[in-house]
Write a protein that binds this ligand. Structure first.
Ligand code: ADP
Length: 213
């Protein structure tokens, strides 16, 4: 079975995390931030160390361990009842992050929409990332060189992910607007999507426990 998914897409600083956290509060929407999953790893684990080495230079972690972390996280959410693939939609933030990841995930995802949070002004992203460095204690936001590397990684490797999906799935969202207006534009797209075949009306529980009148 493929997981129903919406991709939150955009350059670092475009606001994927901000919007993903808000949307993840809505019943039946599950926010998964790949960056957060990496940051939640203990630094004394093998993958935690790999993550630190790559992220501190603004580079992407290699694809295999990244996909494995994602798969394990999703399976964990299913096992603990936080994600019911029959009724819920995954909001993927930061994955897939290059065409190869998109290719590997093709068999695993039923992508319903891609929300491209575009930002024509790179300097605006740099300012947002520098502000976030202090607020969220992010080591990869702290220095201008790393920020520039991340934006360059986005331009060189990530942007091409959009070409892996049919154009009809891609929705352009102007991320230079204030967060409330970005949210309004996102909700316009998401509310128009067809609902999953099984909707449990708000609570997430496994299909095996569905009690029908
Ligand atoms: P941002 O989008 O602001 O760059 P994230 O929190 O999404 O920040 O990611 C932080 C870092 O985590 C990235 O720079 C990269 O090193 C690593 N990372 C996150 N997601 C992926 C991914 N899908 N593939 C490879 N590396 C990733």
């Amino acid at each position: 079975m493929k997981y129903r998914a919406i991709l939150l897409f955009g350059a670092p600083g475009a606001g994927k995390g901000t919007q993903g956290k808000i949307l993840g509060q809505i019943p039946n929407f599950i926010h998964f931030s790949c960056g957060d999953a990496f940051r939640n790893l203990r630094v004394d684990t093998q993958l935690g160390r790999v993550f630190m080495a790559y992220a501190s230079n603004g580079r992407l972690v290699p694809d295999e361990p990244t996909i494995e972390l994602w798969t394990r996280s999703v399976e964990g959410m299913i096992a603990t009842g936080r994600f019911n693939p029959e009724a819920d939609t995954l909001l993927l933030d930061g994955i897939p992050r290059n065409p190869r990841q998109a290719e590997i995930m093709r068999e695993l995802l039923d992508v319903k929409a891609i929300l491209n949070l575009f930002c024509p002004v790179m300097d605006k992203l740099v300012i947002r990332l520098q502000r976030r460095a202090f607020k969220e204690n992010r080591l990869d936001d702290a220095n201008i060189e790393t920020i520039r590397n991340r934006l360059e990684t986005y331009r060189r490797e990530t942007r091409a992910v959009l070409e892996c999906y049919p154009e009809a799935l891609i929705h352009q969202i102007d991320s230079t607007q204030e967060p409330l207006l970005v949210l309004k534009d996102i909700l316009k797209v998401v509310t128009d999507l067809p609902k999953p075949a099984i909707s449990d009306g708000g609570t997430t529980f496994s299909g095996a426990h569905l009690i029908r009148p």
